[in-house]
Design a protein around this ligand. Sequence first.
Ligand code: GDP
Length: 297
Amino acid sequence: TIETAEDAPEDLEPRAPIVTVMGHVDHGKTSLLDYIRKENVIAGESGGITQHIGAYGVTLDNGQKMAFLDTPGHEAFTAMRARGAQVTDIAIIVVAADDAIMPQTKEAISHAQAAGVPIVFAINKIDKPTANPDKIKEGLANMNLLVEDWGGKIQSQDISAKTGAGVKELLEKVLLEAELLELKANPDKLANGTVVEAFLDKGRGYVSTVLVQAGTLTIGDYVLAGTCSGKIKAMQDERGKNIKEAGPSTPISILGLDGAPQAGDKFNVLQDEREAKQLAAKRSQLMREQSVRTQRH
Ligand code: GDP
């Protein structure tokens, strides 16, 4: 993968886990992401998260960091996977305790399993009088998914995304899972990673949120992302703060690309602008040829 291909073991440094939240509609994915985002108005930093950029970073009380893909629903997850992008280290699968294991719960589970991504279950809405977390755990057991308090190995946490009960414990379990993965990347090279989302902003031009997976992204770098390229003019975090460089597992918005790459497109930094432009042009041409070919068939 990205971290091991050309890196010597001594160049690798621990990196924060990248987490995706999945689950059935209305089971509380957005509420959970909102709660984590709100509560993590980072210690010592003024101002909360001001803009939705498709991903955000949080720092826990103990200083440990994690990055969340803020694009709930596994559509984004599958779209990225379809483009060959593997950005998620751990999947939180939200199941409403007043409901049941639903079709999209099962889909989320199979997507995570197919990607080889460990799952932590968040049994949500336990503040509701009708909540029955045990029924959900039994449902999971019937799918051969034994959670810890049923004697299994899969972590789960009862939570309320509304009151925040259990959310801290949930994040601790995610970090525990992350430790087992021994996630590492080399921060000391030209950056590469994946595009999370991109759009055209009336005032700022094309804005792309990318997740740096290895290396360090710096203002002035020449980036190639899908069929787009350009020199980074500015970078901003989810608080709208200008950032000069971004290392592994950092979600960041970049300005300066000549277009909007697609979610799941890989990006990398090239030595010079000419090379970036040539490669982008070559890719556009290949894509045009491919679409002509598919139209003919
Ligand atoms: P999503 O479709 O999975 O993103 O679900 P949402 O986060 O939009 O939540 C669906 C509904 O459930 C909303 O009305 C939320 O306010 C509500 N909800 C989410 N989490 C909780 C919870 O922990 N307790 C209660 N009582 N309601 C919740």
